[in-house]
Design a protein around this ligand. Sequence first.
Ligand code: FAD
Length: 404
Amino acid sequence: STDILIVGAGQGGVQVAMSLRQGNFDGSITIIGDEPDAPYERPPLSKDYLSGEKTVEQLALRKPDFWHQHGIALCLGQRVNHINADSHSATTDQGSIYYYKKLVWAAGGFARPLPVPGSDLAGLHVIRTRQQVDLLLSEAETAQHIVIVGGGYIGLEAAAVMIKQGKKVTLLEVEDRVLARVAGKEISAFYEAEHRSQGVNIRTGTGVASLAGENGRVKSVVLQDGEKIDADLVIAGIGLVPNYEILKAAGAKCSNGVEVDELCRTSLPDIFSVGDCACHANSFAGDTYLRIESVPNAVGQARAAASAILGAPKPYKDVPWFWSNQYDLKLQTAGLNHGYDETLSRGDPDSRSFSLIYLRGGRVIAVDTVNRMKDFIAGKKLVEQAMIVDRKQLLGTEKLLDVV
Ligand code: FAD
């Protein structure tokens, strides 16, 4: 038995353990993770690990001896497949039963499978785990033409890496623009133009009907209008399916994820949930329930859960933020642009340094900044305070915050 059982050895689960120890928690902590790797960062998987600039050791969230030193039991390569909330116990696929006082469900999610015929062919890849990326890399070496399905952050980051490696890259996006779900039109247009100028063939409004292959390996991608595009490697970056079925089966209230409150408590006694699998009423989105898939969210929720366990509750209310690196461009976003009714831009996209500010009813609700760190920091504060800003000043001054 263990005092704290954490399911999922990723960003969120690990942060719960670390925050507990930082808060002088001296009970036992056990983390169960189904991947074979010690906890590591995912963001580089589509950036500098994919490009070979970071090694696998550099992905590690902590040095190998950290866990032992801090009395955190890491049980890797095991999957929790049943939870009994009444008896406070979890069972793994290897038949072990762990009794807990508190359980934290930090199970993240898995890459959404491409829902078309032919998706069982070899040569189709996703980017979620280190193992998946190593497999992709082993095949990418000899691949000539790579087709990427999905123009979200991961698809675009992968495209940026692959084109730099001299591959022919085609990116297919079913919406009429890339980043359609997360960014305004100006940001989408900028990134499309950038990728095209780097040589990526971006095709928006283009859906995939099936994959066609030979001897069990993908050879081409068939579009909805019947056109065939040759491909010897396909990467699907079409989103995430949150892992919550096991907790749902245990009786937790779930919608698009495990529903949690500001302290990341689920509807079940002594069970918390954090990170990509958890959904919460977000005050920056008018209290609508949503899941946020980002490192800062996983870390922030983990801190809130740990604070509750430590008996010094600090609710999670952080401004959501995120980053994406493509080429020499650092995109940083703060806030959630849901329901914006106006955008203002600062700087000139041609200078490769500009920002887009999203307003709703005159208040700043989000900012997207490209190579513009100061605007990001200032913008995050404006979002936090839901500032009403004077437009003329906002556009005119050098520093974003000086205007308020
Ligand atoms: P995870 O890190 O996914 O950890 C969950 C772990 O639980 C996994 O190891 C999973 O295998 C394991 N697990 C699941 N079910 C079980 C079970 N039943 N039993 C045991 N273990 C289980 N965010 C940013 O902020 N900026 C970025 O630039 C960025 N880039 C990204 C690029 C890529 C390619 C990816 C995949 C993600 C990126 N993210 C980025 C998102 C960020 O990595 C995630 O939001 C973050 O990892 C979420 O942490 P988590 O702990 O909720 O889930």
